[in-house]
Design a binder for this molecule. Structure first.
Ligand SMILES: [Zn+2]
Length: 261
């Protein structure tokens, strides 16, 4: 599932190829998405990320809001006269210089038209703010583990399974610990771990552990830097302990029991 770094990478790549361009045509291939919206001639003025959503702003105060959910990804093709339709393409936006497809085998990704400025409210973005006091307060009222709290999009937006595992490893905190039991200094370690991990992952255009691809069909590179995610049975790079996999909140969770307490 694309997380903050993957979605941010897509937004940055989209900014380079579609800002300033006008929409020629929209084709909806998946009937689940309804009929094609009337956006012919509209010019793209900006592309921004909001949590894990991609907001494509248009010159008439409307925007296209995309959420990739489980298996969605975007593919840009240009330089051709006729563009191939990729397998599992659900919609296509055609510009004069190329086209953008949403590839989504499981068909959960969403495509909505909205008004700029009326975006639904999202919880704080960890790249912009990580308010430890606020999180301590939320944790106190919730009986869940720290990893489940980090994954709760109503609390913090954008962190998913891969980066929650990696952040807690760098912060040396056991993912199964009750969030309400963490000390202020442990929260500080999470805050300090979060930014470098997310920032490096953005620079790497995300993690390709299975099917993730960037806007141009290339895999990300953060998998080279993973310390625990998918490393079950391998030695921990910090302490040489053995990385284990457990299930927390229904999700496979990787951690090092020796250095994460
Ligand atoms: Zn370790």
């Amino acid at each position: 599932m694309p997380e903050l770094p993957e979605v941010e990478s897509l937004c940055r790549q989209l900014q380079n190829v579609i800002v300033g361009a006008s929409i020629k045509k929209i084709r909806i291939m998946d009937p689940k998405l309804g009929s094609a919206p009337q956006l012919t001639g509209r010019r793209v003025t900006a592309v921004n990320r909001q949590g894990k959503s991609i907001i494509i702003k248009l010159d008439d105060d409307r925007c296209i809001r995309l959420h990739l959910r489980m298996t969605g990804r975007l593919l840009w093709q240009d330089g051709g006269i006729k563009y191939m339709v990729p397998d599992y393409s659900r919609w296509r936006i055609v510009f004069s210089h190329g086209c953008l497809d949403c590839i989504d085998p499981r068909r959960f990704a969403t495509f909505q038209i909205g008004q700029i400025g009326k975006e639904s409210s999202v919880s704080p973005d960890p790249l912009e703010e990580f308010d430890t006091d606020r999180l301590i307060k939320i944790a106190a009222s919730r009986k869940i583990c720290i990893k489940c709290l980090l994954l709760d999009q109503a609390v913090i937006s954008g962190i998913g399974n891969i980066y929650a595992c990696e952040i807690l490893h760098l912060a040396k905190i056991d993912p199964a610990r009750k969030a309400s039991d963490l000390t202020r200094s442990q929260w500080k370690r999470i805050a300090d771990a979060l930014r470098p991990i997310l920032q490096t992952a953005i620079d790497c255009r995300g993690t390709t552990a299975s099917d993730w691809r960037d806007l141009f069909g290339n895999p990300g590179e953060y998998q080279k830097y993973l310390k625990v995610y998918t490393k079950e049975g391998l030695p921990c790079s910090v302490c040489q302990g053995t990385v284990r996999r457990i299930r927390l909140g229904g999700r496979g969770t990787y951690y090092c029991p020796s250095c994460q307490r």
